[in-house]
Unconditional design. Structure first.
Length: 289
């Protein structure tokens, strides 16, 4: 059973409320900055909510605890998702989201481990994050620690050769304390991943590289919980969860639209998106976002 500073696990309804609030913060960050990557942030945020509020052993009071679990956002351009979840968790004030990409603060367009509380690895160049995660997981054997390492990749990022070098290394060292997620939303900045650089069948490829492969609906919290439990139960190899997700999830006009990979909504679009998400919150019994 995973342990966090919260204690008992949350139910799917509670997690859905948090995820919807995180989506509101993602939109606020990108709209205020007038730049950023909403599409992939909205598709992966459910997994991040499940990780930080149920799965990972982390503490807001001691973010540098050497025995804490680590998370690496390998697709670093989706920092609005990570920052929003860290803010909701309490690593820094929620109000700081309005400083995203601002010269007045350190909440840059990619995760910054030096200046942002709760960030475990600075990322940006695609493919490098998973390599860092492999190093962190391997370090547990050297340092005689018992923490787990989690990483989030994009399905466009999978085209990077370094990803597969890292996959080979993780398999060689039997890093069962490593769990990678691939956000398979089918889209990247130039269009469909199947057209830009086909990567399927991802399950067969990871299996061939010696990984334990799990498939999961990336927007189903119960399914996410089961996938993480299945990964913990695997003790002889690294695990990867292939997340079936919707790019732009939660905002109707952004969903399944590659144009929202790296574009900020204008004022009218922002108001429409916020209205949709607040209506969803209301349907969950929450009257204020």
């Amino acid at each position: 059973m995973p342990t966090t500073d919260r204690g008992e696990l949350m139910n799917a309804h509670e997690l859905e409320i948090l995820a919807t609030k995180a989506r509101l913060l993602i939109l606020e960050a990108v709209h205020t900055a007038k730049s950023g990557h909403p599409g992939g942030s909205l598709s992966c945020v459910d997994t991040l909510i499940k990780l930080y509020f149920d799965e990972m052993n982390v503490s807001v009071d001691d973010p540098q605890d050497p025995d804490r679990d680590r998370f690496v956002l390998s697709k670093g351009h989706c920092s609005p998702a990570l920052y929003s979840v860290l803010a909701l968790k309490g690593f820094f004030p929620v109000e700081d989201i309005s400083l995203f990409r601002s010269i007045k603060a350190h909440y840059s367009g990619h995760p910054d481990m030096v200046n942002v509380r709760g960030v475990d690895m600075s990322t940006g160049s695609l493919g490098q994050g998973i390599s860092a995660a492999v190093g962190m997981a391997l370090a547990t054997h050297v340092n005689k620690r018992n923490y787990r390492v989690y990483a989030m990749l994009g399905d466009g990022e999978i085209a990077e050769g370094q990803v597969w070098e890292a996959a080979m290394a993780a398999s060689k060292w039997h890093l069962s304390n490593l769990l990678a997620f691939v956000d398979v939303n089918g889209l990247q900045i130039d269009g469909k991943t199947a057209d830009v650089m086909p990567s399927e069948p991802l399950d067969k490829k990871f299996e061939a590289f010696g990984w334990n492969v799990i498939k999961c609906d990336g927007h189903d919290f119960d399914a996410l919980g089961k996938s993480m439990a299945d990964a913990r139960a695997c003790t002889d190899k690294p695990s990867v969860v292939l997340l079936s997700t919707t790019k732009g999830k939660g905002v109707s006009f952004m969903e399944n639209n590659a144009g929202w990979h790296g574009k900020a909504p204008d004022d009218e679009q922002y108001e429409t998106a916020v209205k949709e998400l607040k209506e969803h919150l209301a349907s969950l019994g929450v009257t204020e976002g």
